[in-house]
Design a protein around this ligand. Structure first.
Ligand SMILES: Cc1cc2nc3c(=O)[nH]c(=O)nc-3n(C[C@H](O)[C@H](O)[C@H](O)COP(=O)(O)OP(=O)(O)OC[C@H]3O[C@@H](n4cnc5c(N)ncnc54)[C@H](O)[C@@H]3O)c2cc1C
Length: 1003
């Protein structure tokens, strides 16, 4: 195989303007009256068939009819389904069931449908709910249940109901069982595409297992298919690239290409041997370019020539769908081969919207109105139909209007097929087959254990249960058929209505108060390439001009800051806010420059550097917005007539800001801008490891308009910091660093005569995460590796101590260790690097000493290999007791402790005993557990079912309790007032001889 012959990579704007696309789509959507009438007729007939269906086995439509997802019961059922079957221990299962059932009113839920499936689950849940009354405490309920011997019965019944639901959507637990169920029993049997369920690989072992499962399945499907008929009338298999590689992500491009392409070619060859349809599923938008690179390289392999079965899925909700079709057609044309293209609308819409918002992208890669997706689907269908026979279109939809429109556009019945998911769209396709027996359709048939199925099932139900979904509306008899027949073009109306009015662009997420900082999608090759080139152009060797200040210079800086105070504190809040906003704009313009600095001086990876620059920008804008509100005109206080009372905040004086090296730009600027916004002047002392970044940040603030008399930079080590703190004339200290230094600062301040000045300290933590048996292992593996190892563990929020429920600990730890093994350590300037160096040789030596000690006293689950330099590889150690970790270890070292389900209380006590309270992670689907932990623990930032780092300014204000700091939280609404002092001004407005305002009031 030669990769050199690979075609030019796919390229199209990632998130183009919706309005421009809508203009084109609307113009192209016109059909004749006769065509529209035929579409109406066919669609209406199909909808009537769906509504008339009362299949005794039920289906998703029945499920949705019974437990609409907008009800508490529906949601409780979904969450129950998603997690229950992976819970191995009875205690957690019971707790979980109790928790879920308390969410809804199952007792009074009377089934409307005769469907067996729905009845079964309603019965099981109804019965369970009668035993466990909503609102009872878990302890009380479990106690009573045990007495009545009800728990096992409840558990068994609920599990049974879930299994039943599972079996409706999975064709078989093994490929053999699925093939048996799919065995042709009629003259024109439906075609199948089998899918091996799973959550995507996180480890090399996972990827191997999926590969083996695909290979085995292809063999079994091929043998079962025999020689009967040629493609397209052959069964097929659908594969997910994310299942075949543990780091299927844009930044790992070189590795993915060299490791995954040969695997895909291997599987494709096997499929070719049986002349099967081999479809690569479509995944998230940020993986589209990578997927197409992999597909193009594999498809180009000469050994696949002469086979028409290779294909892929294309998502019409993506704005790039039409470009993808052109690209794939180009591939097929160039190689003079045929391809099978499945057109879907897309299954990850909510994920796409969230990701784009989180990453601060310029736009969304997907449409924000469903009608735009539908409109685009039809346009793409038209394009695909025109590309026959080189392209064999496969229209995957359960929407009767979409089906009817495609039928009309196809005009004849050859050279394409429809597709549906097993367990869905049965009535629609049954009617279609009856009316048009010459039409072909294929069923996408998930195969796998119920444990893997349920995550899939829930995604499908959530998607199809959404109010906007056709399946949900068709299931709702109160929705008129005419409503379902409304054309997407009519719903959109005009191009300027292409965007959803309630979904703001990522930039406007915090409007009108402030702009969100701009981010970048690494999955967009052009954007990533430009950023990397811009950074490379900025990279200059660190010059040696930074000189530590002498004590005399530090003294002079404080004096100068004191001198500058009157003028700066006399500026208006809006002047100061505008200055900070200018600083934000300059930072955004010079992003590449600061990223280069963060990488060269701070050893930060690309991802970390981008996040840090964004955080710094957000701090500037957030404090500007808060400051405008708080330091503006002041607050009028109520009081007697004849006088005015105004309360206002004003600066304290010269503030000392001492910041750490781990966020040399964001924390540095966060402290300084908060103090400045509050009207203080500032003497800033950055960490001695990162002086250049601080110098540039100060220069930028000066350029933005902060007078040099208001902001002074003092470089140096801890001794200079101590001298500043000890200075009698300072008005306050803001500090981020170790608990020990914070204590020393506190003592110094306390020992001084003169005014008592405030100390705002944010220190470290022995941050814990609790993972119970209801958690999804893949999600835990992602979140633990991110929380413990990203930034080489050098974040104060980083995970240090992982508590895992005994019953699932082996599997969880194995997956986490496997995921850690896939992290790439290396040069932080290389975009493929996941973990960069630690800050210096001293830090490395300390961490290595800890590792050596742990190797003696703890069980080693993972010990990574570090390259030469200041690198420390991720390590995972299991402790027998949490108390064995007595101090914060500031590096990529994770400590794991197992706990028994009934001993959660002891876990919480251990966390409390540490005295720290900065961040905490909880992975549990049991809301009661989450609520209990949140209520009990004094921890500043708690993250549930996600990673526990990367607090966003103004979204997750950051700072802890106890040994972790004094509060208030940085990036939160209570921060600025702590830099200020309060003043009231009372004016006797009647002093001039009378109360004119009162007299003017009249009768
Ligand atoms: C055989 C088969 C294979 C599939 N393979 C894949 C695959 O590889 N990859 C994949 O991602 N999906 C895949 N799907 C899932 C598929 O995307 C969904 O089933 C499909 O979107 C449902 O479309 P519909 O026409 O049946 O429903 P409809 O209800 O008409 O459409 C639902 C679609 O509208 C979108 N939508 C909802 N609200 C909005 C909004 N506000 N703005 C924009 N769009 C919105 C949804 O995301 C969804 O895509 C497959 C489906 C089938 C049937």
């Amino acid at each position: 195989m030669s990769l050199d012959s690979s075609p030019a990579p796919f390229s199209a704007p990632y998130a183009p303007d919706d309005v421009a696309i809508a203009e084109k789509l609307l113009a192209a959507s016109k059909l004749s009256e006769a065509q529209e009438a035929r579409i109406d007729r066919v669609a209406r007939r199909l909808i009537e068939a769906i509504r008339a269906n009362d299949d005794p086995l039920g289906g998703v439509e029945d499920m949705l009819r019974e437990f609409a997802l907008s009800t508490k019961e529906g949601l409780a059922l979904m969450v129950l389904a998603e997690a229950l079957l992976r819970v191995p221990d009875a205690r957690t299962a019971d707790q979980f069931i109790e928790d879920r059932l308390a969410q809804g009113d199952f007792v009074h839920h009377e089934t409307k449908s005769t469907a067996f499936l729905v009845n079964a689950s309603a019965w099981a849940l109804g019965m369970s709910a009668r035993v466990i009354q909503p609102g009872e405490t878990p302890q009380g309920t479990i106690g009573r249940l045990t007495k009545r011997l009800g728990a096992p019965a409840v558990r068994a019944a609920t599990r049974q109901a879930m299994r039943l639901m599972g079996s409706h959507f999975v064709l078989g637990e093994t490929i053999e069982a699925a093939l048996e169920r799919a065995r042709p029993r009629q003259a024109h049997p439906p075609r199948y595409s089998f899918d091996m369920l799973g959550e995507g690989a996180r480890t090399a072992d996972d990827a191997q297992r999926y590969f083996d499962a695909y290979a085995r399945a292809i063999e079994a499907i091929g043998r079962a298919a025999g020689e009967s008929s040629p493609l397209p009338d052959r069964p097929g298999i659908s594969v997910k690239l994310s299942a075949l590689h543990p780091r299927f992500e844009a930044v790992s491009h070189p590795r993915v290409m060299s490791e995954l392409v040969p695997l895909l070619v291997d599987l494709a060859r096997r499929a070719k041997a049986f002349d099967l349809n081999f479809t690569v599923d479509a995944e998230e938008a940020d993986r589209l370019e990578l997927s197409l690179d992999v597909i193009a390289a594999a498809f180009a392999d000469a050994s696949l020539a002469g086979w028409d079965g290779f294909g892929l899925a294309i998502q019409a909700y993506q704005k790039r769908a039409s470009d993808v079709i052109d690209y794939v057609d180009g591939l097929a044309r160039k190689l003079d081969r045929r391809m099978m293209l499945r057109l879907v609308k897309g299954a990850y819409w909510d994920t796409e919207i969230k990701r784009a918002q989180e990453r601060g992208l310029d736009g969304y890669p997907v449409f924000t109105r469903k009608a735009m997706t539908d409109l685009n689907y039809v346009a793409c269908a038209q394009k695909l139909l025109a590309l026959r026979p080189r392209i064999f279109p496969q229209f995957a939809t359960h929407n009767a209007l979409t089906v009817a429109t495609v039928l009309e556009l196809a005009s004849d019945s050859g050279g394409y097929e429809f597709q549906r998911l097993h367990g869905m769209g049965e009535a629609l396709y049954a009617q279609l087959s009856e009316d048009r027996s010459e039409l072909a359709y294929r069923t996408y048939a998930p195969v796998g254990s119920h444990r893997d199925l349920l995550a899939y099932l829930v995604r499908r139900l959530l998607e199809n249960g959404a109010n906007s979904s056709f399946v949900a509306q068709a299931a709702d008899n109160t929705v008129a058929i005419d409503t379902l027949l409304r054309r997407p073009a009519d719903i959109i109306g005009a191009a300027n209505r292409a965007c959803h009015p309630d979904i703001p662009l990522p930039a406007d997420l915090y409007a009108p108060l402030r702009k969100n900082s701009r981010g970048i999608e690494f999955g967009e090759r052009a954007a990533l390439g430009k950023l990397v080139a811009d950074i490379a152009a900025e990279r200059a060797p660190a010059n040696g001009t930074i000189v530590a200040a002498t004590p005399a210079q530090a003294e002079a800086a404080v004096a100068a800051a004191r001198a500058g105070f009157r003028s700066w504190s006399g500026t208006t809040a809006s002047h100061r806010a505008e200055t900070l906003e200018r600083a934000a704009t300059l930072l955004e313009q010079r992003k590449a420059h600061f990223i280069a600095l963060l990488q060269s001086e701070g050893g930060k990876t690309l991802d970390d550097s981008v996040s840090e620059v964004r955080e710094a920008i957000d701090f500037c804008r957030y404090y500007a917005a808060q400051g405008r509100k708080l330091f503006g005109d002041g607050e009028e206080m109520p009081g007697p007539t004849g006088e005015s009372n105004l309360l206002r905040l004003r600066g304290r004086g010269a503030f000392v800001a001492i910041s750490p090296w781990n966020f040399p730009l964001a924390i540095f600027l966060g402290q300084v801008t908060a103090a400045l916004m509050a009207g203080n002047t500032v003497v800033a002392k950055p960490a001695e490891q990162t002086p250049l970044i601080a110098a540039e940040a100060v220069a930028l603030l000066h350029e933005a308009g902060v007078p040099t008399s208001a902001l002074h930079l003092v470089q140096g080590d801890g001794k200079i910091g101590a001298a500043l703190v000890a200075h009698p004339a300072i008005a306050g200290v803001v500090f981020t660093g170790s608990t020990g230094v914070a204590r020393a600062i506190n003592r110094t301040l306390a020992a001084k005569d003169g005014p008592i000045v405030p100390l705002i300290a944010e220190t470290g933590g022995i941050n814990a995460m609790i993972v119970d048996a209801t958690a999804l292992p893949e999600q835990v593996a992602d979140d633990v590796t991110t929380s413990a190892f990203r930034s080489a563990g050098q974040r104060c929020s980083a995970l240090r101590l992982l508590f895992v429920q005994d019953d699932v600990a082996d599997r969880m730890i194995e997956m986490i260790a496997g995921a850690a093994r896939e992290l790439k350590l290396g040069d932080p300037a290389d975009p493929t690097t996941h973990v960069g160096p630690v800050i210096d040789a001293e830090a490395k030596a300390k961490l290595e000493a800890h590792i050596a000690f742990m190797k003696k006293v703890a069980r080693t689950h993972f010990a990574g290999q570090a390259p030469a330099g200041n690198f420390v590889a991720p390590h995972i150690f299991e402790l027998s007791d949490a108390g064995e970790l007595t101090e914060e270890v500031f590096g990529p070292i994770l400590h794991v402790v197992r706990y028994r389900a009934e001993a959660l209380d002891a876990v919480l006590a251990a966390i409390e005993r540490s005295g720290y309270g900065l961040t905490l992670g909880i992975h549990s689907r049991i809301e009661d557990t989450v609520d209990d932990v949140v209520a009990r623990l004094q921890v500043g930032n708690i993250y549930v079912n996600r990673n526990m780092i990367g607090a966003v300014v103004g979204v997750q204000p950051f700072g802890g309790f106890g040994l972790s700091g004094t509060g208030p939280k940085a990036g939160g609404p209570h921060y600025l007032p702590c830099f200020a002092t309060e003043q009231t001004v009372t004016v006797n407005t009647a002093a001039a001889g009378g109360n004119a305002a009162l007299l003017a009031g009249g009768e």
